[in-house]
Design a protein. Sequence first.
Length: 333
Amino acid sequence: MRHLIAALFASLFAAPAFAALPEDGALNFQPAATRIAERVHEFHNVLLWIITLITILVMVLLLWVMVRYSQRANKTPRKFSHNTTVEVVWTVVPALILVGIASLSFPNLYYQNVTPNLGEIAATSKKLLAEGKTAQHLAYTKNYFPDAAEKGFINVKVQGNQWNWTYTYPDLVDEGDVPVEFVSNGVHKGRPSDKENYEKATGRRDFDSLPVNYATDYPMVVPAGRYVRYYVAAADVIHSWTVPAFAVKTDAVPGRLNEGWFLVEEPGIYYGQCSELCGIDHAYMPIEVRVVTQAQFDRWAELMKAGDYEGALAATVTMTAELAPETKYASNN
């Protein structure tokens, strides 16, 4: 009966009518869901202006050279092979441009790849407020989140398999001290039997409403407004855990444990795909992350610890069905 109710919830609420999926032919990046993604987008916009100006300059110079030094304008060609001033300029100026780009790029790389020190974030925030440095505090909290830092990390281990993901929550343990762990399979495999296999395995009837090649049977669930620290490994070959809306991409390498982090402020459903060629079913190894409120996450965690996977999924389906129409979807479109 419990699974029947879960299937009913899924069939009623799982349709993505409350959110916009990526469209073919869309331009630019997907909407940013994290501060990491916002900074990447800002950096991209600066680079776009730089490359546009360089392209225009080079095009103008080429046109000028073709007209000014054409055979028609120079009946008698001049014989020279070097110009020291020109050579110095075309060496120094590009080098300075690269230095300028690096000065913008390195802070973003550091911000993205170094897991924040939550204790330091909370202490710095309190210090700035105690010293009355309101402007500095506002600038600091644009990139760091003191309230979330005081709550600590949500830790998730992500393991890439051929061809699905295993999610483990080491801090969510049941009465037997066993952590919550589940396998997240792609719903669509490009085979005629996909629908039948999905319905038989889950008891749900929402197959036709799920986004093709992006939906999973059991998505990763995390709370909004919390620092999420994830560890990535692989059981067989190299995979890559990638969610474009978060601007995170972490390789899963056998024998190694890589680490990343993100913080999503708004609830929503976000999609990605394995971004490292990992085998015949590489195209059918999606990532689905459902970001919910803290109270909803706690409810999901309790159901998962009790072993009620279908009930926990039904709860997340109900949660996401209540989101506003502009809820973000993300994928490798």
